[in-house]
Design a protein around this ligand. Sequence first.
Ligand SMILES: [Zn+2]
Length: 308
Amino acid sequence: MNMRAATRQSRLLAVALTFAFALLASSCASGPQSITVTSVDRAIEPPPHGTKDYPQAFRAILSVMLRNLQLPPVEVSIILFPSQTSYVEGVAADAERDLQQLRKVLGPLAKNLRDEEFLARARETALSTDAVGKHKRVLLNESRLAKHPWPEWMKVLAHELAHSVEFALVEGRPALWDRWLTEGFAEWVGYKVLDLLGTESFAKSQEQRLALMRTAKNFQTFPSLGQLAAGTDFHAWARTLGIEATYGQALIAVDYLIEQKGLAAVLEYFRLFRKSNNREQNFTTAFGETHAAFDEKFSRRMTVLLDR
Ligand SMILES: [Zn+2]
């Protein structure tokens, strides 16, 4: 063996050792845990009240979503981060992969993407969230989720799984859909799941949201749905009016939309983004009326509900 070969071998050994240490580090208790859950067509009991068993909760929720709500089946990796820091780092790393995918889809238009702004926004969002539902994966901040009362904990898990269903409908493609519709749908699924599991009735959940909206209304005028279409605008309103009020408005808008047009039309709306990101056209195709027409009807409905 000559000197060069010996040096190369010792370098290879050093790389192998570093890799082995990295593997050890990632499997130790402080790292994220990951499990995969799949929708199955049989009833699954949720964990008992107060028991925060993630795999069982996810399986029970997916079962209700498939069997009772007739939502499409999904397979999802559940990634559980033990601390706020590891969650923020996990979300940032995930956003970097999103960015690469976005570049591929956008082609020449990708030159308008500002990487640093995109990643900074992902970190900023991560700092104030419990979880994030993506295509085939849900990232969870256990340090925050551990503090929620059990029903709220279940609702958050169902909300994020609903986002995974939305992404499944576009096969993971980046979609510029109405944010009030994706968030409202996730809230709607979250509360329907609680209702179907016998935890809390949908009517009661909605009434609690309306009460919070009435308080917010004393200080601020509510935006139109058009003002809640872009993700950045939606989050800006949530900061102004309070998360409860903005998500509440999205929830009652989607509940009204489903009452008027049916759940199948909402799923069709999401599915249309597989081929086109034309928000206005997709809305009209799925619901048979324009954004503006629905917005006007909903605004009257909201006034009635809030004045009750
Ligand atoms: Zn959401």
